[in-house]
Design a protein around this ligand. Structure first.
Ligand code: WTA
Length: 659
C-alpha cells in the first residue's frame, strides 16, 4: 500500500501483553459501567447528551445532531453557550472561587497560582481591553505567545466576547505567523516582547514585527511584557502594552456572549498535504462537550485533582487538554513553560512531586527521552500522587509504554494511549481506564459513540492484522466543522476518498495507516500523506521543500521522514544543486536558515544529503518513497520504473556529492 511514513522500524507491535485496570483505580474511576460501549451504540447519537450535560447551556439545543448537510455536520443545534462562562463563572457560582484554576511553573523557576476568581478577573479585564481595541464578535484574534499565563487568559477573553482565537505556536517563524494571519484575515495580534530559552532572552516581538511588515492588513497589536529590563522594547503605532491595558480596565466586567453551539470557538492551523497550512475550524458546543467528556471519561479528571498535560498550548493538545477540558471540569491545570531537561533532567518529576499531580499526560517523544536518561531522575522524587498516565501525538511502542507505566506510574497507574488529531478536536480512540484492558503498543478501541474502520484502498474493511487506512465512520461532536480556507478543501482533504455521497455514506479519512486486532484495538502506524510527525509535531514535507527551493543554487529537493528513536521521525532532505553551484557547508547553512525563517527551528533537518539528481519516474515524478526507504536503510524493491535507477545506488553508497 501507499504507506509513506508508517514504515518506521520502531513500528509499535502489540506484544500480546494485556493489563487489566487496577482494582484501586476502578474503585474511584469516573466511568466504570462496562455497558457504556453498547449503550452509546444503541442510543447513538443521543448518547452524546452525556457530554453536553457536562456543560451549562444558556439555551438548550433542539437536536443533538443535524446530518442534513453531511459532511458538514452540526451538533447540539439551536443551543447557546459561552465557553469562558463554562470554564470560569459557573465554578465561581458553585462556591469554588478560591480553588486553583492554573498553577504556572515558569522557566526561571517562577511560580504563579491563579484561583478561579483570579482567572475570572484577568479574563474580564482582558476581554474589556480587547473589545475597546475594536475586537468584535467573530473577529479572529491571533495569539503568538509562549507558555505564560496570559496565553490561556487571552484565549478565554476571546471566547468570552465571541471572537475566535487563532493561536500560533510561539516557536514558529515570522513568515509562518504572517501566512496564518493573512489566511485568517486577522487584524488583531497578541504577542510578547520575548521569552527565555535555556536562560537566554529570546526576542519574540521582532518576529511579530516582521510578520506585520509582510501583511497588507492593518494589525492592532497587544504586547505582553514578559522580560522587563532583560529585553527592552518600544511600542510603535497601533501597539499597546498588555499590563497597561489591564490597569486601565482594572475591575471591569464583561458579560459572556451567548454563542450558537455551531459558532466558531477557534481556528487552529495545522500541516496538510500541500504547502499551505490548513485552518481547522472548531465549534463552541460540540468541541467543548467532547473535550469535557474525554477529560472526564478518558483522563479521569476530577474537580479536586491536580492535573498536568505537559504539552504546548500552541498545538491542539494544549487547547483541548491544558485549557478547555480541565477548566470546563473546574479542576486545577498545571502549566509548564520550560523543557524537561532544564535546569536538570528531573524537572518534570520535581513539578509532579511539588504539585502532587494526580493525572499526567505527555507525548511518546518525551517518554523515550526519559527512558534514555534513566530511572535515577524519577527516583529522586515522590511520584506516588499519580493515578493515571496518558500519552498522545505519535505511536508508542511497548518498551517505552512499559517503562512509563513502571517507572513513572509505579506499575499502579493505568496508561491511556490516546489517538486523535487537530481535526478530531478531542480523543477518539483510547481505552477507558476504568473499564478496558490495556495493550501496550495499541491505542485501543474507538471510544463509545465513535466508529473507526481500518479499510483497504477501496474502502472495504480489512482482516485483523493487515495494514490499512484509518477512517471514522460516524460523526462526533468535537469534529472540525470545515477549513477556514473553504468547504471544498475540507471535503477533498478528509471526505472524498472513502465516502459515497450518492448513498449518503460518509467516512472521514484520518490520513493515518493502522492495523486492528480481533478485539477491535487499533494500532496506529503513521501518516500516508506528506505529513511527517517530528516529536509529535505535524510538519508538511512540502512546506519544508518549498523553503529549501527558495534558496539560490538549489535545483530540486525531496524531504522525507526517517524513523528515529529520539524524535519518532527525523527530517531528511535530499537536495540537488544547480550545475555550477558547490554543495558545501555554506549552502547547507543557507538551507537551514531558510527553513528556520519559513517555519521555525522545529523543522530543521537532521540531515541534508546532496545528490546530483533525485530519483525520478519516467514521467518525471520524484520517487519520494524510494528516498524514504533509502533514508530508513530499507529494502528498495523494484526500481525499474525509474528513469535514472543508477542514482539510487549512488545516494545509498553516500556518493551523493558532485564529483
Ligand atoms: C499522530 C495531535 C499514534 C497521528 C493530538 C495523527 C498518534 C497525528 C497518536 C495528529 C497516538 C496522535 N498513536 N499516532 N496515540 N496520537 N498521533 O494534529 O499520525 O498534531 O494523525 O494532533 O498524530 O497530530 P495533531
Amino acid at each position: 500500500m501507499d504507506d509513506r511514513n508508517g514504515r518506521g522500524r520502531d513500528r509499535p507491535a502489540p506484544t500480546g501483553a494485556r493489563h487489566s485496570p487496577p482494582a484501586s483505580f476502578v474503585e474511584q474511576a469516573n466511568v466504570t459501567d462496562d455497558s457504556i460501549h453498547e449503550a452509546f451504540d444503541e442510543e447513538w447519537p443521543t448518547c452524546w447528551e452525556r457530554a453536553a450535560s457536562l456543560l451549562e447551556w444558556d439555551e438548550p439545543y433542539d437536536a443533538v445532531l443535524d446530518a442534513e448537510d453531511a459532511p458538514f455536520y452540526r451538533w447540539f443545534t439551536g443551543g447557546r453557550l459561552n465557553a469562558a462562562y463554562n470554564c470560569i463563572d459557573r465554578h465561581l457560582e458553585a462556591g469554588r472561587k478560591t480553588h486553583a484554576a492554573i498553577r504556572w511553573e515558569g522557566k526561571q523557576g517562577e511560580r504563579e497560582t491563579y484561583t478561579y476568581q483570579d482567572l475570572s478577573v484577568a479574563v474580564d479585564e482582558t476581554a474589556a481591553a480587547l473589545r475597546e481595541l475594536g475586537v468584535g464578535e467573530d473577529d479572529v484574534v491571533t495569539v503568538y505567545l509562549p507558555m505564560i499565563p496570559e496565553l490561556p487568559i487571552v484565549m478565554l477573553a476571546c471566547a468570552r466576547i465571541g471572537a475566535p482565537h487563532s493561536v500560533v505556536f510561539a516557536g514558529l517563524s515570522a513568515d509562518a505567523l504572517a501566512t496564518r494571519m493573512e489566511a485568517a484575515d486577522s487584524e488583531f495580534l497578541v504577542t510578547c516582547d520575548g521569552y527565555y530559552r535555556r536562560g537566554d532572552a529570546f526576542n519574540q516581538k521582532s518576529k511579530a514585527d516582521n510578520a506585520r511588515l509582510a501583511l497588507e492588513q492593518d494589525v492592532r497589536t497587544v504586547v505582553v511584557d514578559r522580560l522587563g529590563d532583560d529585553l527592552p522594547h518600544v511600542l510603535g503605532d497601533d501597539e499597546w502594552d498588555y499590563h497597561d491595558l489591564r490597569d486601565q480596565y482594572a475591575g471591569a466586567t464583561v458579560d459572556p456572549v451567548p454563542r450558537d453551539a455551531e459558532d466558531m470557538l477557534f481556528l487552529m492551523y495545522t500541516s496538510g498535504t500541500t504547502g499551505e497550512p490548513k485552518g481547522v475550524v472548531h465549534s463552541t458546543g460540540g468541541y467543548l462537550a467532547h473535550v469535557a467528556w474525554t477529560t472526564h471519561a478518558v483522563l479521569d479528571v476530577k474537580p479536586a485533582d491536580s492535573y498536568w498535560c505537559a504539552a504546548d498550548i500552541g498545538w491542539i493538545t494544549g487547547h483541548s487538554y491544558i485549557v478547555y477540558g480541565p477548566l470546563a471540569l473546574g479542576t486545577t491545570t498545571v502549566m509548564y513553560e520550560g523543557t524537561p531537561d532544564y535546569p536538570d533532567r528531573d524537572r518534570l518529576w520535581e513539578i509532579v512531586d511539588r504539585n502532587a499531580v494526580d493525572v499526567f499526560y505527555t507525548a511518546p517523544t518525551a517518554i523515550r527521552a526519559f527512558m534514555k536518561w534513566g530511572t535515577e531522575y524519577p527516583e529522586k522524587h515522590d511520584l506516588s500522587s499519580l493515578r493515571l498516565l496518558g500519552t498522545v501525538g505519535e505511536p508508542i511502542s511497548p518498551r517505552p509504554w512499559n517503562w512509563y507505566r513502571k517507572h513513572i506510574g509505579g506499575g499502579e497507574c493505568p496508561v491511556v494511549d490516546t489517538w486523535w488529531q487537530t481535526e478530531t478536536g478531542a480523543v477518539t480512540l483510547s481505552t477507558l481506564p476504568g473499564i478496558d484492558d490495556m495493550k501496550p503498543g495499541a491505542a485501543g478501541p474507538p471510544l463509545p459513540g465513535i466508529e473507526a474502520r481500518v479499510v483497504d484502498a477501496d474502502g472495504d474493511p480489512i482482516e485483523p492484522g493487515e495494514t490499512g487506512y484509518l477512517t471514522l465512520s460516524r460523526p462526533w461532536p468535537g469534529m472540525a466543522r470545515t477549513l477556514y480556507d473553504g468547504d471544498d478543501r475540507f471535503r477533498e482533504e478528509y471526505w472524498d476518498r472513502f465516502s459515497d455521497p450518492d448513498a449518503d455514506e460518509w467516512h472521514y479519512f484520518s490520513g493515518d495507516t493502522a492495523t486492528v486486532d480481533e478485539d477491535g484495538y487499533v494500532t496506529v502506524l503513521g501518516r500516508v500523506d506528506d505529513v511527517i510527525n517530528v516529536s509529535g509535531r505535524r510538519l508538511s514535507t512540502m512546506e519544508i521543500e518549498s523553503a529549501i527551493t527558495d534558496v539560490d543554487g538549489v535545483a530540486e529537493t525531496a524531504v522525507v521522514g526517517r524513523s528515529s528513536d529520539r524524535n519518532g521521525t527525523d527530517v531528511y532532505a535530499y537536495v540537488s544543486t544547480e550545475r555550477e553551484v558547490d554543495p558545501d557547508d555554506a549552502l547547507r547553512r543557507r538551507i537551514v536558515d531558510s527553513i528556520e525563517a519559513a517555519i521555525g527551528p522545529i523543522a530543521r533537518p537532521e540531515e541534508i544529503v546532496f545528490t546530483p539528481e533525485l530519483p525520478k519516474t519516467r514521467s518525471g515524478k520524484i520517487m519520494r518513497r524510494l528516498l524514504e526507504a533509502v533514508a530508513n536503510g530499507e529494502e528498495l524493491g523494484d526500481t525499474s520504473a525509474l528513469r535514472n535507477p543508477e542514482i539510487v545506488g549512488e545516494i545509498q553508497a553516500g556518493r551523493g556529492d558532485h564529483d
